[in-house]
Design a protein around this ligand. Sequence first.
Ligand SMILES: [Ca+2]
Ligand SMILES: [Ca+2]
Length: 424
Amino acid sequence: MRMAIKKLFFLFLTFVILVTPLSGVDRVSAETGPNLLANGSAENATNGQPADWNQGGWGNNTRTFSYVDGGHSGSKSLQVTVSSYADGDAKWYANPVTVAPNTAYTYTDYYKSTSPTEVIVQFQDTAGAYVYRSLASPTAANDWAQTMSSFTTPANVKNVTIFHVIAGTGTLQLDDVALNTATVAPPVAPPAGTNLVPNNSLETANGAVPADWQAGGWGTNDRKFAYLGTGHAGNRSVEVVMTARTDGDASWAFASQPVTSGKQYTFSDYYKSNVATEVDAKVTLTDGTTQFVYLGTAVASSDWLRFERTFTAPANAARITVTHLLYQAGSLTTDDYNLGEYTIAGFSRALVSLTFDDSWRSIYANALPIMKKYGLACLIRISPRSPPRSLRLSSAVQRLICRLGREPRYRTLLVRMALTILQS
Ligand SMILES: [Ca+2]
Ligand SMILES: [Ca+2]
């Protein structure tokens, strides 16, 4: 209880800007897991032939397979030459790889060729049947070039085999062949200073609504949304109105944006409202679940007023949008949204703050004369139960300080006011 009271008084009296641990953030890209093919660089030999590799081809053509010196990496690579051609193809190919169904994979290799070639994936299903799909048609390349393609396996797949084939006269050389599972890279947030809110001043329309924005709400209430022809900046803003409410809320929200978990973000907007409203960050986590972070309550204001809070993107945050909510009968208009990485501006000189805990009379007897002499201010944390009564400020003085602490207009001057009270 004592701690709770102390905390309460601290909130009344503090002149330090408290930044609530807040939180607030995706780009998805393909990266690769380990190579699922054995001997992808063809460096390992068995009886003078590349281990785990096979020679293949069909049709009427004259094909010659070579295990050649030199490669894109290491000292060996695979070569096939077709010297005469009517139909069919020729290729070196790796052993079939057992794969998972409905899963994305990426195939890459380095090649040199004297003519265009083709990359084909063969799916064998659990019943033993084969399905083929063309993945890429690499052009001829005198120097080592890379081909890369991705595919998703069918539901009933058992294994895949990839064929990089030559179907015509010419030579094809392969090295550094890889098949990998495609994985999702961690989200990458934009650089600091970037306003993450799309269409942040709501000036761009998409039909009857602002582009990249959506109206939403829940519960039993008669929420109505409007895209206004006036604004804090520019000529547009958004409004939400309720005349009857049992429960729920309503808000406009911008399309969710990538953020980095653990980083601090600052959100701000300008708003007008005839009732108190609430601002929440809606966080989509990497596992797809949603988490809400309370950013604060915005007092009613008939003129444009700026709301701002800094918060920390929670662990595993992937994307964030911020909703300025109407949760009672009334109206709320918003404009000029900003969500950006929080950067510390720093101070132009060294600063020290003085804090006195509890309600010691010595604050008055000893500290006050010194602070008056040097024109210093301080933070006083009042406690009605500590220290012992004989050493404590009188309760009347404590109450007076606390009452002033509730007045927002005094907060910035609070310490000097407190000192004035102590002097009187
Ligand atoms: Ca090699
Ligand atoms: Ca605007």
